[in-house]
Design a protein around this ligand. Sequence first.
Ligand code: SMG
Ligand code: MG
Length: 369
Amino acid sequence: MRIEAVELIRAALPFKQEFRSALGAQRRRDVLLVHVITDAADGWGECAAMSRPVYTSEYVDGAQAVLRDHLVPLALADSSVDAQSLERRLSEVRGHRMARAALEMAALDAELRTEGVSLAAFLGGERDEIPCGAVLGVADTIDALLDDVEQRLREGYRRIKLKILPGWDLEPVAAVRGRFGAAAVLWLDANGAYALEDAPRLATLAEHDVALIEEPLGGRSLLAHAELARVITTPVCLDESIESAHEAADALTLGACSIVNVKPGRVGGLLEARRVHEVCLRRGASAWCGGMFETGIGRAANLALASLPGFTLAADISPSGRYFDLDLTMPPTVMQEGMIRVPDAPGLGVTVDRAAIDTVAVDAVLIRG
Ligand code: SMG
Ligand code: MG
């Protein structure tokens, strides 16, 4: 396959409701799409980077610049590429994993559409539907949070993940457990808002039957997380701290976590995400597929990844309409009894709705080989 041109499209999708976490407040999703035009088929990718470099060091303007100036020129230089050779080629560029992942996703989509193979089948998926979890940001009041949890449980989500930070932790967790009892499987995500000195406070969360705590400590320190994991009984899951399969292996060896949140963007692409999954499977560690408030494009890739056998816990994958009024793919993703079907058509397995993209696009640049 030869990549003839790459289009970088920026779009803005307002969140239905402001989303607050330890990383700040978000009112809109700054979307960066990668549209690859090859001699055989088109392919689509979505970049996980957010507007500001607060989750990892990447941010959407930076991702667009590195794609335009470095990654896309590398992809256009080769007369024949597939996703594997492209991954090797793009690894010349250090870091910028979310940008590399978006281009790899688009190339893989084009390649698999040409071959008539679904992404889930290519990756080795074994499930045809994925259990979904709801993620709830910091609310204005405890009552508002409880109403939201009630609605999500009614919608069928398999578990509830609360964003926490100092000042929004023990009280909301106790309130949710108190109101819903065993009906709510409860996870917490701190996005690194705590320090090791907070271990005694974090230890008390176990009283509320919390199934996991995600990225509790700041600084991406595997040793600090290993120390924390020794003194709290709630299982530690890592997200931001793991950017590759070898970091996943290190984290599990050190006891920094027993569970891994796998996101293709954070680790540099779907191929590396599959390797992270293999590490978890070999070590008997639980894995699950995280989310970055994706549109239908990135969500289709996440669903395919989440169908691998080692993803044993509910994913941060929601139906169309959870965060935004508009989706960019057809048909809309629906959740039934807390499950979403894995697309089984070739490539990402969804139809990209160009007209919908055009209604929210703020910028599009076509780079030709
Ligand atoms: O896609 O449902 C989703 C969002 C899941 O909370 C989610 N992602 O740390 O796991 C995480 C966050 C990343 C951004 S938090 C502002
Ligand atoms: Mg997280």
